[in-house]
Design a protein. Structure first.
Length: 70
């Protein structure tokens, strides 16, 4: 993806990084009602429900344990 983006930028003479393109595209998706659910998918983020489940499972596994942080 990065190589294709770099070739396109060179061809049309744009000097913006891929990160800038992704952020702007995500903002445009969020602004369009029918695409609002796709922002996290577009950016490669895990769905919020998956994150909540992972945190809940992790909290259950570590409850009652003492962790030392170096």
């Amino acid at each position: 993806m990065k190589n294709a983006f770099d070739r396109l930028c060179k061809k049309v003479n744009i000097n913006k990084p891929l990160k800038s393109f992704k952020k702007k595209s995500a903002t445009l998706l969020r602004g369009e009602e029918r695409f609002q659910n796709l922002e996290d998918l577009f950016l490669g983020h895990a769905p919020q429900e998956t994150l909540r489940q992972a945190l809940h499972t992790s909290a259950r596994k570590t409850s009652g344990q003492c962790h030392l942080v170096a």
